[in-house]
Design a protein. Structure first.
Length: 308
């Protein structure tokens, strides 16, 4: 299945029950809760199909719901992806329409790429298993999420009013999981220094807060106060930016095609990294500020539970 088809499937699979009346919503326990809500029959979190990542439930006012990784994909999780294809000799599930140029998956923990070398020079343990995986391109990210589970894919995004990016009918799963009504921070719409791993370089606090000589990402479960009010997902703002599915439809689809990433990273200012932050990089970009997390639709069993 191509990424475009996955995007369409993501949109269509928001047939995860449509509720006619928009329920009242409130913030409970750090994530958005609706009472009543059709998806309340489901647990608030679960392991993904590979049993390597915790996914948290995102409930929406129309009665639909979906899953998103609670944290950014880690170095250790990505290593399991690499190991499987090294052992069986098969190619990862590339989107062959957009990634035909890609010969092998990026392996930043073991290669001497410019990005991996920069990370090693600036950080003490950039490829510790609990760190967010970085120095991977859009094709690596898309293939990882396709491997992670049959209902998983790179998160949808529709932060694109001009319609230049495709798939054009993708729901904003990333943005909806990040914020309630466009806000992010638990105390409201204003950013708070130290709450997330962002803006610390500007404030000169990388040494005092992160115990680092240079600013950089931290473990994916660091900054527990940097939690989404919409889903209980951690570090959707700051730490590392995250690839999403949208790519420029006006280009030839090759490695230079601009693709979106969301949320900003440790290298951004406090004001510039938000739930609405959208940036683009070439599809083949490998950068130490850029990682990923996956989204997932309900399984058929879960869909049946919700529909009852």
């Amino acid at each position: 299945m191509t990424v475009a088809q996955r995007g369409v499937a993501f949109g269509l699979l928001a047939l995860i029950v449509v509720w006619a009346e928009a329920p009242a919503c409130q913030i409970v326990g750090g994530y958005q809760s609706f009472s009543p809500h059709p998806c309340n029959v489901l647990l608030p979190s679960k392991l993904d199909e590979r049993n390597i990542a915790t996914q948290v439930l995102v409930k929406q006012t129309d009665g639909s719901c979906y899953w998103i990784d609670q944290t950014e994909v880690t170095v250790g999780q990505y290593a399991q992806f690499l190991n499987q294809f090294a052992q069986d000799g098969q190619a990862p599930p590339w989107d062959m329409q957009r990634c035909a140029w890609k010969g092998a998956p990026s392996d930043p923990a073991n290669d001497a790429s410019e990005c991996a070398t920069e990370a090693r020079n600036l950080e003490s343990s950039p490829f510790d298993p609990n760190m967010p995986i970085r120095c991977i391109d859009w094709c690596d990210a898309e293939a990882f999420c396709a491997w992670a589970g049959t209902e998983d894919a790179l998160c949808g995004s529709n932060a694109n009013p001009e319609g230049v990016f495709e798939p054009s009918n993708t729901q904003d799963y990333w943005g909806d999981a990040c914020s309630v009504n466009g806000a992010f921070y638990p105390n409201g719409a204003s950013p708070v220094l130290d709450q997330c791993n962002v803006g610390l370089a500007e404030a000169g606090q990388c040494v005092s807060i992160l115990d680092m000589n240079n600013c950089g990402p931290t473990y994916v479960d660091s900054f527990p106060g940097c939690v989404s009010q919409a889903s209980s997902a951690l570090n959707m703002v700051g730490n590392v930016a995250e690839w999403v599915v949208l790519c420029d439809s006006h280009s030839d689809g090759g490695p230079d095609t601009p693709c979106q990433h969301r949320g900003g990273s440790f290298a951004d200012s406090l004001e510039s990294a938000t739930c609405t932050t959208v940036e683009t990089s070439a599809r083949n970009t490998r950068d130490r500020t850029l990682g990923l997390r996956c989204c997932g639709t309900l399984t058929p069993t879960e869909h049946n539970q919700v529909a009852k």
